[in-house]
Design a protein around this ligand. Structure first.
Ligand SMILES: Cc1ncc(COP(=O)(O)O)c(C=O)c1O
Length: 289
């Protein structure tokens, strides 16, 4: 007997939640487009079949991720999630690979009721020198701030950058390079009187091969590091207050950014003594909520 191979992969997950998409006619859509002056940001998302504009919150979450949402706590002060987040910042910015965050998150996940343990291992643990948040010392030591919205965070960041730069060099405008500025980033940079520069990777425009598959991921979201060096040399490093990398490269359809590109950009930033900021796109941050 002839055996047929299965041409589809066996699924490794099951989906339980369904969101209905409304049935909208062409006439209804045309009416809505006209009424909102053909502005895609003003057009009602609830009338769309496929939303090509939004990227945030478009990925599915696993049952475990959804379950973790129940551990969320809206307290204004030091809620448990805050300690988990702060510890994650410490892992990323201080410990550099010495992963410890699971220890703290597990105290929350297992609903630890041993108050002494919680105080010693989470609420009151002192850290030498690094990110610290609590009491008077937080004004003097490195700190982390939680801001509820990307564009608001950018506005605060660039207001601070502007203050520092204007104090040092009044009446000058500065250049802020990126692998691709998100539109709100670009708006906030212009608002502070600086010039945003997009150093897109030339591979971005490579044609997609026949069949739609590359042999190797070209990481089209990478920064063009050659252009970055040329730009710094041309305008002078004192006129570049910071270098900005967005991961994924949202403004060019969320293209992936390689670790190699991030490392090379960091090396250049260190060489010219320019602060380097990596902005991780919200879609990734959802996993940590
Ligand atoms: C780099 C960057 N900045 C800002 C935003 C805007 O975020 P929000 O809608 O929270 O203001 C996004 C959103 O995708 C982003 O990727």
């Amino acid at each position: 007997m002839k055996e047929y191979s299965l041409s589809v992969k066996v699924p490794h997950h099951a989906s339980y939640v369904v969101r209905n998409i409304p049935n909208v006619t062409v006439e209804q859509r045309e009416r809505a487009l006209k009424a909102t002056h053909y502005n895609e940001f003003a057009s009602p998302a609830g009338m769309l079949t496929i939303d090509m504009l939004s990227d945030s919150g478009t990925t599915a979450m696993t049952d475990v991720q959804w379950a973790a949402m129940f551990l969320g706590d809206e307290s204004y002060g030091r809620n448990k999630g805050y300690y988990v987040l702060l510890d994650t910042f410490r892992d990323i910015f201080e410990r550099g690979g010495e992963k410890n965050w699971k220890k703290i998150i597990d105290l929350v996940r297992t609903d630890c009721t041993d108050v002494d343990k919680m105080m010693d291992e989470m609420y009151l643990c002192e850290y030498e020198g690094g990110l610290f948040n609590g009491g008077a010392a937080q004004m003097e030591r490195p700190n982390a701030f939680i801001i509820q919205q990307g564009r608001a965070a950018e506005s605060i960041l660039f207001e601070i950058v502007k203050k520092i730069m204007v104090e040092r060099h009044p009446a000058k405008s500065f250049v802020i390079p990126s692998n691709g500025h998100f539109d709100t980033t670009e708006g906030n940079i212009k608002q502070m009187g600086s010039i945003p520069r997009n150093l897109f990777n030339k591979e971005l425009l490579f044609e997609v091969p026949e069949g739609g598959k590359y042999e190797k991921n070209p990481f089209k979201g990478d920064m063009d590091v050659r252009k970055l060096v040329e730009l710094i040399e041309a305008v002078g490093s004192e006129n570049v207050p910071l270098i900005y990398t967005t991961i994924t490269n949202n403004t060019v359809c969320g293209q992936a950014v390689s670790m190699k590109s991030i490392r090379e950009t960091a090396e250049i930033a260190h060489k010219y003594d320019i602060p380097f900021r990596s902005c991780i796109h919200k879609r990734l941050s959802k996993v940590w909520k």
